[in-house]
Design a protein around this ligand. Sequence first.
Ligand SMILES: *Cc1c(COP(=O)(O)O)cnc(C)c1O
Length: 403
Amino acid sequence: MTLPAFADGTTSRAVVDLDTVTANVRALRGHAPTAAVMAVVKADGYGHGMLPVARAALAGGATWLGVATAEEALALRAGLPDVDVPVLVWLLAPGAPFAALVAADVDVAVAAPWAVDEVAAGARAAGRPARVHVKVDTGLSRNGVTPTALGDVARRLAALEAAGDVQVVGLFSHLACADEPGHPSIDRQADAFKVATDVLHDAGLRPAVRHLANSAATLTRPDLHLDLVRPGISVYGFSPGPLLGPPGRYGLRPAMTLQARLAQVKQVPAGEGVSYGHLYTTTQDTTVGLVPLGYGDGVPRHASGGTAGPGGPVAVGTGADARVLRVAGRVCMDQLVVDLGPDAAERAGDVVTLFGGSDGLAHGGDLPNAQDWADAAGTISYEIVTRLGSRVPRVHVSEGDHA
Ligand SMILES: *Cc1c(COP(=O)(O)O)cnc(C)c1O
C-alpha cells in the first residue's frame, strides 16, 4: 500500500491501512483455527477509527465485535446497519441503557450482581430476551462477578432464562498477565475458569460461547482459545508486550502511520537551549525542525528528550537519505522539535514520520514504531495509539472495498 499524498491544508495525519487490519485478523485466525475471532474495537478501535476497522476486521474473518462501553456498542450497531455479527459490550454501570442495548441486538455482559435485575428489566422493556455473557473474575480483580457471588448470580440468571427474559449465551473472563508467558497466574485463572463453568452448569446454565483469550493468550496459549478469542492490540498489528517479541514473529504488522509536515526549519547556534525548560542544548551550530504535533494530539510529554534520556523517534527524509532522529527537548502541547544536524537538507513542508507500519513508506524497513514511542515514554504501545487526539485526522486507505 502506497501512502496517499498529504491532503492540502493538513499538517498532520494518522494513516490507517485497512488492508493491514484485514491481514492481521487473517493471521489471528490462523493462530486460533478452532475458535471464532472477536475483534475488539473499543476506544475508537484503539485510536484507529472504530467503524472502518470493524469492517476491515470482518473482511479478515472476525465473526464477533467487542467493545467496552454502551455508547460504543450502540454507535457500532448504528454505524454498521448492514452487519449482523454479534456485538458484545462488557463495561456497564448501574443505569446503563440495557433496553436500548437489547433492542439493538447487543450481547451484554453481566459482570456484577446488580446487573442481573437491570438486564432483565431492560429485556422486558425491549420486548425480547437479552443475550447475556457472564463475566467472572478469575483473578484480575477488576470487572467481573467474584467466585463467591457467582453461584447466586447463576441461579438468578437461570430463573430469568426459564422465564424467557434472558439467554445465557456466554461465560468469559480476562487474564491479568498473559503478556508474561509462563506467569503462574495464567494457569490459576484457567483453573478458576473451569470451576466457574461448573458453577454455571450446576445452576442449569449451558453457555455455548466460553472465552478467555486476549491477544497475548491468542498468540501463546492455544489451550485457552476455547470457543472464541478476543484479540485487540494484535488486530492493529502490535505485539502485546516486549516479552512476546515483535509483531512480525506472529505475522502481524502495524496498521497506523503517524506523520506531520515540518512547520519550520531554521538554524540555531551551538549552546542554545531548545523548547520549554531548555532540557536539550545544541552541541554545535545546527538546524532544527519544528513538528506540529504535541501532547494535545496525544504525543506523550514523557517522550521528551534531554538530560534524562533520548526522546521519541522521528524519521525524516526518504529513501537512502532517511534518518531516524530523536525529539529534542520537551514535547509541548502542539509541537515538538527535532535537531536535524548541521547539514540538514530538510525544508519546511517536508513530511516526517513519528511511527509507521505500512509498506509504502520510502523509509525502508527501520521506521520507528509505536513500541519505540512506548519505550521512550515508559508506557505500552496500546496507550500510544489509543491516546492519539481528535485533532489528528485519521486517513483510512485500502485497496479492498471495505473502506
Ligand atoms: C481490551 C480487552 C481485550 C483485548 O485485549 P488485548 O490485550 O488488546 O488483546 C479483550 N478482552 C477484554 C475484556 C478487554 O477489555
